[in-house]
Design a protein around this ligand. Structure first.
Ligand code: BGC
Length: 428
């Protein structure tokens, strides 16, 4: 929602934490930009969905802006916000593009953020109310649901590091509190969707990243295991009913002060599928000075790797490794790759963007998905991130991950060579 919609205060939409953050903490966004207009999807959804159809894209994943449907987060419903998503859903179905809805992609209403947002235990009730509205209003037509988008990203970047909304000083306590409440909300949200949506396919998505130890040194391999807990295991394991991986990362014991009697049972939810989102890998080194994980990432540039505009290493084998790692959990029944893609510098020459590096990246990563599928892992599908270039959070609009370019001055869309390639690929 926030990355593409724009229309930030139109038709009764309330302020979200990202509206607030980008307006009042401009310096935290590298380019001082915001999502006020973004890709203007709020006004251009019809032609964008028609373009998806033209490109043979069979499914589109998008999120619901919480403050568009519930401006204050709870209470009064904004009918115009509901109307907007109804129009998006109906248009998608009409064009043969199946809607895959994520309830929460990082934009909590500011009215709730002001009360502590995800650090406040009441958020579980607030979130239940929001998910119930989504399920009741859209569940007659939307069957594929994801409760969260990448819980680790917004708890870590938002509440611990303060580089994403809501910002603020570094805080471990806020991280532990928000983590537990988000874990609890996975179960809560999943149960509501299952209760209200007939034949729902309910999942949730996780960021995931293979972790290696620098030069395979024993201390670094141990460091890699600790970072793996943070990056890959912390959210999924309690949701699968395995509890928090406290044993393998003792610093996590601080989370216990937020756990109430009976929580362990409620954290569990039997998801129909798990969405995995992978872009790169990390190589880490043991470093006692770093709190919690006692490790640091080696900069990919130091290792001489090919880098993306996000500064990330291109590492296709990581896709296979991470699918294998998550598929090994007995509770994971089916996997969708709900995000994968890349930002490279795009050049518009004579009206064309010949992004050959992106095509190669997508082919190489897809090859690894195919390898996992052929190896017997139950993989349901793959979503590119992203259809359109969009607002890349603290990075602003500079990194472009779309297979369709957006000229933000004119809002003109240009299908990149990668978009044409993907379209041919989808045609079979
Ligand atoms: C997020 C997206 C983001 C993408 C590229 C994922 O972490 O879900 O919102 O644009 O990665 O950074």
């Amino acid at each position: 929602a926030y990355q593409i919609e724009g229309g930030w205060n139109e038709d009764g939409k309330g302020e979200s934490n990202w509206d607030h953050f980008t307006h009042y903490h401009k310096n935290k966004i590298k380019t001082h930009e915001n999502g006020d207009v973004a890709c203007d999807f709020y006004h251009r959804y019809e032609s964008d969905i028609e373009l998806m159809h033209k490109m043979h894209i069979p499914a589109s994943r998008f999120s619901i802006g919480w403050s568009r449907v519930l401006p204050q987060g709870i209470g009064q419903i904004n009918q115009k916000g509901i109307d907007f998503y109804n129009k998006v859903i109906d248009k998608s179905l009409k064009e043969g593009v199946t809607p895959w809805v994520t309830c929460y992609h990082w934009d909590i209403p500011q009215a709730l953020e002001a009360k502590g947002g995800w650090t406040n235990r009441d958020v579980i009730k607030w979130f239940e109310e929001f998910v119930e509205v989504c399920a009741l209003k859209f569940g007659d037509r939307v069957k594929n649901w994801m409760v969260f988008n990448e819980p680790m990203s917004f708890t870590l970047a938002g509440y611990m590091l303060g580089i994403h909304a809501p910002g603020g000083a570094i805080s471990f306590d806020k991280f532990y509190a928000s983590t537990h409440h988000v874990v609890m909300s996975h179960g809560a949200g999943g149960r509501i969707i299952r209760e209200h949506v007939k034949n729902a396919n309910v999942g949730t998505t996780f960021s995931c990243i293979p972790i290696d130890g620098w030069k395979d040194k024993p201390a670094n391999l141990e460091a890699a295991k600790r970072v793996d807990v943070m990056a890959n295991r912390l959210f999924i394991e309690p949701v699968l009913g395995m509890g928090y991986p406290l044993h393998d990362l003792p610093a996590l014991k601080h989370i216990e002060k937020y756990i109430h009697a009976g929580d362990e049972e409620k954290m569990k939810f039997d998801f129909d599928f798990i969405g995995l989102q992978n872009y790169t890998r990390w190589v880490v080194k043991n470093l006692g000075l770093v709190p919690m994980v006692h490790a640091i990432n080696i900069k990919p540039s130091k290792m001489g790797h090919d880098l993306t505009e996000m500064g990330w290493e291109v590492y296709p084998e990581g896709m296979y490794r991470i699918i294998k790692q998550f598929a090994a959990y007995p509770g994971v029944k089916k996997i969708y790759l709900t995000e994968n893609g890349v930002a490279f510098k795009d050049e518009l020459v004579n009206g064309e963007i010949n992004d050959v590096k992106r095509i190669q990246y997508l082919k190489d990563y897809l090859q690894q998905v195919l390898k996992a599928k052929r190896g017997g892992i139950n993989i349901g599908g793959y979503f590119i991130w992203s259809f359109l270039d969009n607002f890349e959070w603290a990075e602003g609009y500079r990194p472009k991950l779309g297979i369709v370019a957006v000229d933000y001055k004119t809002q003109q869309r240009t299908i990149k060579a990668s978009g044409k390639w993907f379209s041919d690929f989808l045609k079979g």
